[in-house]
Design a protein around this ligand. Structure first.
Ligand SMILES: Nc1nc2c(c(=O)[nH]1)N[C@H]1C(S)=C(S)[C@@H](COP(=O)(O)OP(=O)(O)OC[C@H]3O[C@@H](n4cnc5c(=O)[nH]c(N)nc54)[C@H](O)[C@@H]3O)O[C@H]1N2
Ligand SMILES: Nc1nc2c(c(=O)[nH]1)N[C@H]1C(S)=C(S)[C@@H](COP(=O)(O)OP(=O)(O)OC[C@H]3O[C@@H](n4cnc5c(=O)[nH]c(N)nc54)[C@H](O)[C@@H]3O)O[C@H]1N2
Ligand code: SF4
Ligand SMILES: [Mo]
Length: 775
């Protein structure tokens, strides 16, 4: 999730100096040579609170913080390896600048001089769209990634924005944008209270959950069953999550939208639709019923390879449960009908009256969200306000498909200029996006590239300047993104556990300086960036009749902000203006940074509560059940009823001890079952003459790779599985441990042409492949 859960805020300028270095947390306990400090784990979306043991400046241990208001002591093997991740000797310690073709160590001053000198001529000569901004997943796991990219984008004004969202959750943003008028209004399953959970294309026992922030997701699933609830899992693999379920449906990959449409059809046909309290808030119910008329279980059954009777049973169980939640994740997003599947997940919640009610799927309310506005019609959500230059892909949520990045660099067109410079922050698209070889070549032709990345890896090796952030122990943390998807409302903030090492720069400062260097203000005080955001935000707030600070003096409010750094002042401002905030004194019991600092284990803000109609920003002011772009895409789904793929298809998988492309360099997290092997069903293996452990050539539209076979009935017949994020064998990288067992890049099997058309999201699951045993 990641990622790309970015909002734009508009800046204006004044300056106020503040320390830039992240303040260090108070020690929570000490013995003679070791102490402990709290740190929210940034390694996945579960956001567990950790208690770190620190000797000197080194993290020597990590355990779950039992007093954490949200995670209550939960930890997984990645969090337990926080110290090893933090202390990886391959992490870059100083900036690198390319001189005479070689990346060499440089000072921060030299590095930012090189950034300004590299970027400005591109902007001045070719305009802002010639600068591609590429934002990767860890931006949703850092404060810097939440606070500065929006400023960079609005100041730069480029349309060339590519993020991990279009290899991930963009379909959900689009469906939410269309249904509710707000791409960030994503309901989450009420895990702690639901009676019935239908999980589609998600494996939280390995991933620990996504777009559903829940520490100890496994424990919550077990608790659901222990209280008499039921769990159904739809996944072509019999995952660890599927093994916990009451019912596992091994669907044919890529066909979930058909199955969900058929379930909705059954609800209409069998008169099981019951909107409950939602009735007056929803429009388009009759039109929806007609639009789904062709999607009978009998018609969908063959394409999905799921018996019609099972589809009917799934629908009836959903309708019969006292409360229920349907939840779909990556396996339902990165497929040809990702937006339709994401929409249908919510449609099913709505048709059964489960949206916005306890035990169903609810909209969280984070402490740094904008304070609620009065309900009423909004501006709605628009798609395709501009298009990519080469393939004319429509933008979605201000972004172009990451799959199109390579062609936007390497292909000239009659109109517009190719991307000539790239700013990559926490992104490794050479491994994460389709056709890495083409992107690899394209990046090598840029006039200029800067990577903000702790590693010299497959992508950053192309940069002219690499700016390394400090390891996580040296950064403060607050989850701006994930609290808005959390299954329980709460707020936590942890200051840096260890002081910034000499020669290091906080990532917030790196990004603030990058904003200045990219926008012609190189050399200005980086705190100016925070001040301009603060001034701009407060100016708007005092003008807003619905704001608790309406009519007040913005200068006086700015002066009242506490916090030792610019980012802390911004956090304080957001908390105070937010839904639980003190409104700068208007609500004295409300939240502010000082109060949060006084609660190092966090503040519980209560279970999720119904929030309709206030969240709606559609033009009608209601939930728009059958939005135009969705209706326009349904004929494509209707065509899919007749598709009968006969060859093998490939899906991905995640491993608990891995994380996308960047955690294979930590010995404690590699080895064992965490391998880049090809899962093949025994019957397919026998038919193709594939032996367990033997190398197999896998061929797709974009290329071929060779991986060892692992024969297992954990995948269904006709489906093979390879994990992503591997392929650490390119020259010029500095990933000593990962290179010992590099694996192969599954995304090389893709040519980048397969997308979900509404969201521009790459099809990464259910892709056609051919296997040949290597002799
Ligand atoms: N085939 C296939 N491909 C997939 C997926 C799949 O399921 N199958 N999943 C997709 C998904 S869901 C996602 S989110 C993407 C992820 O793809 P990316 O967005 O490229 O993210 P990562 O692979 O996690 O790489 C993150 C980069 O950030 C760097 N980094 C780590 N910590 C920090 C930090 O604190 N600050 C900064 N500045 N950098 C940091 C790492 O060194 C690495 O270079 O991959 C996608 N690709
Ligand atoms: N350990 C670990 N945790 C992670 C990550 C990681 O790399 N490692 N990455 C993080 C990120 S960026 C994200 S986005 C989340 C993702 O979190 P999840 O969505 O839970 O990700 P996966 O574990 O890949 O589970 C996706 C499941 O979809 C199944 N699937 C594939 N194709 C289909 C299909 O067509 N239909 C159905 N119904 N199922 C299908 C796959 O078999 C797989 O089991 O995880 C996050 N957490
Ligand atoms: S579940 Fe996620 S947040 Fe929790 S310890 Fe593991 S990696 Fe960290
Ligand atoms: Mo992701």
């Amino acid at each position: 999730m990641h990622t790309g859960r970015y909002a734009r805020r508009s800046p204006c300028v004044t300056a106020a100096a503040a320390t830039r270095e992240d303040p260090v947390s108070r020690t929570t306990g000490t013995t003679s040579d070791s102490r402990t400090a709290l740190r929210i784990c940034p390694l996945c979306e579960a956001t567990c609170g950790l208690t770190l043991t620190i000797e000197g400046t080194r993290v020597t241990g990590a355990r779950g913080d039992r007093e954490d208001v949200f995670s209550q002591g939960f930890i997984c093997p990645k969090g337990a390896s926080f110290g090893a991740v933090d202390a990886d000797p391959d992490r870059l310690r100083t900036p690198l600048v390319r001189r005479d073709g070689e990346l060499r160590e440089a000072t921060w001053e030299e590095a930012f001089d090189a950034v300004a000198a590299g970027l400005r001529p591109v902007v001045e000569r070719h305009g802002p769209h010639a600068v591609g901004v590429v934002l990767g997943n860890p931006n949703v796991h850092t404060m810097a990634g939440a606070l500065y990219p929006p400023v960079l984008l609005s100041a730069l004004g480029t349309h060339s924005l590519f993020t991990a969202s279009t290899v991930d959750q963009m379909p959900k943003h689009v469906s939410s944008g269309l249904l509710y008028g707000d791409a960030l209004a994503i309901p989450v399953p009420d895990l702690d209270r639901t009676d019935h959970l239908l999980l589609i294309g998600a494996n939280p026992l390995e991933s620990n959950g996504s777009l559903c922030t829940a520490p100890d997701f496994p424990g919550k699933l077990k608790a659901l069953r222990a209280r008499g609830g039921t769990l159904t899992v739809i996944d072509p693999r019999r995952t660890r999550t599927a093994r916990l379920a009451d019912r596992h449906v091994a669907i044919r990959p890529g066909t979930d939208a058909l199955l969900l449409a058929a379930m909705a059809h059954v609800l209409f046909e069998e008169k099981l639709v019951d909107l409950g309290d939602l009735a007056e808030r929803v429009e388009g119910i009759d039109e929806l019923g007609s639009a789904l008329r062709d999607f009978t279980p009998e018609a969908a059954s063959e394409a999905c390879d799921v018996p019609a009777g099972t589809i009917r049973a799934l629908a009836r169980e959903l309708a019969a449960a006292p409360t229920a939640a349907v939840y779909g994740r990556i396996g339902s997003c990165t497929v040809p009908h990702g937006t339709l599947a994401s929409w249908l997940v919510d449609v099913l919640n709505i048709l059964t009256g489960n949206l916005d009610r306890p035990g169903g799927a609810l909209f969280p309310q984070a402490a740094t969200d904008r304070a609620p506005r009065p309900a009423g019609p909004g501006r709605g959500f628009a798609l395709g306000r501009w298009h990519s230059r080469v393939s004319r892909h429509p933008e979605a949520k201000g972004e172009l498909p990451l799959s199109a990045l390579a062609e936007e660099i390497d292909t000239a067109t009659d109109e517009g200029t190719p991307v000539r410079a790239v700013i990559a922050v926490a992104a490794n698209p050479v491994l994460s996006a389709p056709d890495g070889d083409r992107l690899d070549k394209a990046l090598g032709t840029l006039d200029f590239m800067v990577s903000v990345d702790p590693y010299l890896n497959e992508t950053s090796r192309h940069a002219h300047v690499v700016l390394p952030p400090p390891p996580p122990s040296q950064s403060a943390h607050h989850d701006f993104a994930f609290n808005a998807f959390a299954v329980h409302n709460q707020v936590r903030y942890t200051r840096a556990a260890v002081p910034l090492e000499p020669g290091r720069m906080a990532e917030t400062e790196i990004l603030a300086r990058l904003v200045l260097a990219a926008t012609g203000m190189h050399g200005a005080d980086p705190s100016a960036v925070d001040s301009m955001v603060v001034d701009g935000t407060l100016a708007k707030a005092v003008d807003d009749p619905n704001s608790p600070v309406h009519g007040r003096d913005p200068g006086e409010l700015a002066a009242a902000l506490t916090g030792l750094t610019g980012p802390e002042r911004r956090l304080d401002m957001m908390l105070r203006l937010g839904p639980y905030g003190d409104g700068f004194g208007a609500r004295p019991d409300g939240l502010n940074l000082e109060k949060l600092l006084a609660h190092p284990h966090g503040i519980d803000l209560g279970p999720l509560r119904p929030r309709l109609p206030q969240v709606l920003k559609t033009r009608s002011g209601r939930v728009e059940l059958l939005p135009g772009p969705i209706a326009g895409d349904l004929p494509r789904l209707r065509d899919a009823l007749r598709e009968r793929p006969d060859g093998l298809v490939l899906v991905g998988r995640r491993h608990l001890r891995s994380n996308n492309s960047w955690m294979h360099n930590v010995p404690a997290l590699t080895g064992g079952s965490n391998r880049c092997s090809l899962h093949v069903h025994p019957e397919d293996a026998a038919r193709l003459g594939i032996a367990d452990g033997a190398p197999v050539r896998v061929k797709g539209a974009g290329g071929e790779v060779t991986a060892p076979a692992e024969i297992t009935d954990g995948v269904r017949r006709g489906v093979v599985s390879l994990p992503h994020g591997w392929g650490h064998d390119r020259p010029g990288t500095r990933l000593g441990h990962a290179a010992l067992d590099p694996g192969v890049n599954v995304n090389q099997l893709l040519d980048g042409s397969l997308l979900d058309p509404l969201s521009g999201t790459a099809v990464l699951n259910g892709i056609a492949v051919e296997l040949t045993p290597v002799t």
